[in-house]
Design a protein around this ligand. Structure first.
Ligand code: GDP
Ligand code: MN
Length: 387
């Protein structure tokens, strides 16, 4: 799950990282409740303001999504204008206004996974604020990347190596070390996949602030962080993906014609392989999960039908915990509710399959026990001359 800057900063603040004071406001508040917005703005009490578009993308500064003003009266017009921007194809629906800090030095710091080495890694550069890939290309000696053993973590000798790259000493160096340690703790404790601060700022008087924050959380660890679920912006997802998420389904749109409704990610992948083997192209990857109820199957069918490229539907269920008769009931309910006329092939095997197959065949559907003939049939039906 991608976080917006203001959400990442909320997490960082809770981990003791110094972050400028700020207020987030959505489109409705900025356009329709300017008085409430001004009330909140007044509490910021800053000598200058940074107005920042909240989108799931970096490089906002270059795209006009970061503006600085000394005048509080300018904040609202700047925020309004920013709502009309599209940054890297993403509409701006929320604005964050911060008390500006005096940035004497911009540093780059990030924590991420190194999947090859099975470690975490920390990257740092004294040339922050700009595109770090560019710095890594032109001045690789200015970027340090250190592997961190997840069991022992970030140690003083790592911090010394990082600080040797930076021109700071004394109190400022200590503040930087403390901040980098807290960032690491935030990264680990939130089960983040990425935490990137660019820039981490040192002010003229030696204070350290995280002025930007990019954070990716591991969706598979969200069950340990129920409070983070509120961070999810369903409106920012593709409409079908968000509908799937709300229904508890895992759905990925692909570019073929055969819709697949499968239980379990492993079976979903095997199904797509077999479809390709027989010359077909899957239209999606839809995993209804491990203990699908008829209502879940019904919703999943509804979702599949939203995709106008679909020419045939293939249901492939392995009934372990899942009862295949329950799935069959869901399929039939969907056929009735959505008046499905597309070719439909159903392969069911496992718990209660005899009853399930009988139920489907009674209604005239192609219901099979074996995978290969079922896939072949679906591929044939989806073909331009099919049926
Ligand atoms: P990004 O372009 O999406 O990475 O957005 P950032 O939040 O990193 O902002 C872009 C740039 O705006 C930063 O690199 C800074 O140079 C500048 N900036 C951001 N916050 C402040 C601030 O509080 N004061 C000043 N003077 N500049 C800022
Ligand atoms: Mn940045």
């Amino acid at each position: 799950m991608k976080l917006y800057e203001y959400q990442a900063k909320e997490i960082l603040r809770a981990h003791g990282v110094a972050v400028p004071d700020g207020i987030a406001a959505d489109r409705n508040e900025i356009l329709n409740e300017p008085d409430a917005f001004h009330e909140r703005l007044k509490q910021l009490n800053a000598s200058a303001y940074v107005v920042k578009a909240q989108v799931h993308a970096g490089g906002r500064g270059k795209a006009g999504g970061v503006k600085i003003t000394r005048n509080q009266e300018d904040v609202l017009p700047l925020a309004r204008a920013m709502l009309d921007l599209t940054i890297k194809g993403l509409p701006v629906r929320r604005i964050y206004v911060e008390a500006a800090v005096d940035l004497a030095h911009e540093i780059y710091v990030s924590f991420l996974f190194d999947r090859e080495k099975s470690t975490y890694s920390v990257m740092c550069s004294g040339r922050g604020g700009v595109d770090i890939e560019e710095v890594a290309r032109s001045n690789p000696e200015d970027v340090v990347r250190i592997s961190l053993d997840p069991f022992t973590g970030l140690k003083p000798f790592h911090l010394r190596e990082i600080l040797s790259l930076l021109p700071h000493s004394g109190e400022t160096a200590r503040a930087l070390s403390a901040t980098i340690l807290r960032l690491y703790a935030a990264f680990v404790e939130t089960d983040a996949e990425l935490l990137e601060i660019n820039p981490l700022v040192v002010t003229g008087d030696g204070k350290v602030f995280a002025c930007d924050g990019k954070m990716l959380l591991d969706d598979n660890a969200l069950f340990r962080h129920r409070d983070f679920l509120d961070f999810e912006d369903l409106g920012a997802l593709d409409p079908m993906e968000s509908a799937a998420r709300e229904a508890g389904l895992s759905y990925v749109k692909l570019d073929g014609q055969i819709a697949c409704l499968v239980n379990g990610a492993g079976l979903a992948m095997a199904t797509m392989d077999v479809i390709r083997h027989f010359g077909g192209h899957p239209a999606n990857f839809l995993d209804i999960g491990g203990s699908a109820k008829a209502s879940v199957v019904e919703n999943a069918m509804g979702l599949i039908l939203e995709d106008k490229a679909v020419k045939a539907i293939f249901v492939n269920i392995f009934g372990g915990i899942v009862r295949t008769d329950e799935v069959a009931r869901g399929v039939l309910a969907a056929v009735d509710r959505f008046e499905i006329t597309l070719p439909l092939v159903i392969r069911l095997v496992g718990t209660n399959d005899r009853e399930a197959l009988a139920m489907l065949r009674e209604r005239g559907f192609d219901a099979l026990n074996e995978m290969n003939p079922a896939v072949e049939k679906a591929v044939h039906m989806a073909a331009p001359s099919g049926g």
